[in-house]
Design a protein around this ligand. Structure first.
Ligand code: SAH
Length: 215
């Protein structure tokens, strides 16, 4: 161990910069998050590629560019209390955790939550709180949040989630506009009004309906 970043990681960060990620703090958070821990062992050779990869339970680890774009859109700072819907591998939560005070992350697959929890402990990411549950209901006991991010596509951001956003807060979600999905930012003003802004076209796994529940 030299402590120097892997050249493949440097190439990944350069690719993200070329693709429009300009926030140096976000790029540094990506660089400090060892994606190789979050991908399945048989796909280790692809851990530094800018591509989504399959994980357990038929789910995926987000493409680094999407994880970076969502993190950039959230405009995080070190006092932010963040809610993530869709823990998956835990990769995005790990990136968010480098830039915020605390990250609450909800995932419906027990297996994924258990695995992510082990990784968070191993990587000493003590400011991530994972939980098994239906993310569409948010996390009312911990609300309100400064930032909310959904990592799977929805038809529209659920009102239950926007209700859990603080005034002045931001929520970023991939919203289905068939045949594409658009990364959408919802900003809550001081009086509680929501202003919706489309950021870019993206491709995410769909978020199943709420009634599918915990698995
Ligand atoms: N953020 C992840 C990628 C997530 S893929 C990463 O960095 O690896 C989307 C995740 O959302 C999947 O793991 C899926 O199981 C989860 N998910 C889908 N519907 C959900 C729901 N209603 N509540 C909580 N999690 C959900």
């Amino acid at each position: 161990m030299t402590g120097l970043p892997d050249t493949r990681m440097i190439q990944l960060v350069m690719a993200l910069r070329s693709a429009g990620i300009s926030d140096n703090a976000v790029l540094a958070a990506i660089e400090r998050t060892p994606r190789e821990h979050f991908v399945p062992a048989d796909l280790l050779d692809q851990a530094f590629e800018n591509t989504p990869l399959p994980i357990d339970c038929g789910q995926i680890i987000s493409q680094p560019l999407l994880a970076a774009a969502m993190t950039q859109a959230l405009e995080l700072h070190d006092r932010c209390k963040v809610l993530e819907i869709g823990t998956g591998s835990g990769y995005q939560a790990a990136v968010l955790a480098r830039l915020s005070r605390r990250v609450y992350t909800v995932e419906r697959h027990r297996t994924l939550v258990r695995k992510a929890q082990i990784l968070f402990e191993k990587l000493r990411l003590c400011n991530i709180v994972p939980r098994i549950g239906d993310g569409l209901a948010g996390w009312p006991e911990q609300a309100p949040f400064d930032r909310i991010v959904m990592t799977a596509a929805v038809g529209e951001c659920p009102v239950a989630l926007l209700d859990q956003l603080k005034p002045g807060g931001l929520c970023v979600a991939p919203v289905r506009k068939d045949p594409i999905q658009v990364l959408t930012c919802y900003a809550k003003s001081g009086n509680g009004a929501i202003v919706r802004r489309i950021l870019s076209d993206v491709h995410f796994a769909p978020l199943p309906p709420a009634e599918t529940g915990v698995l």
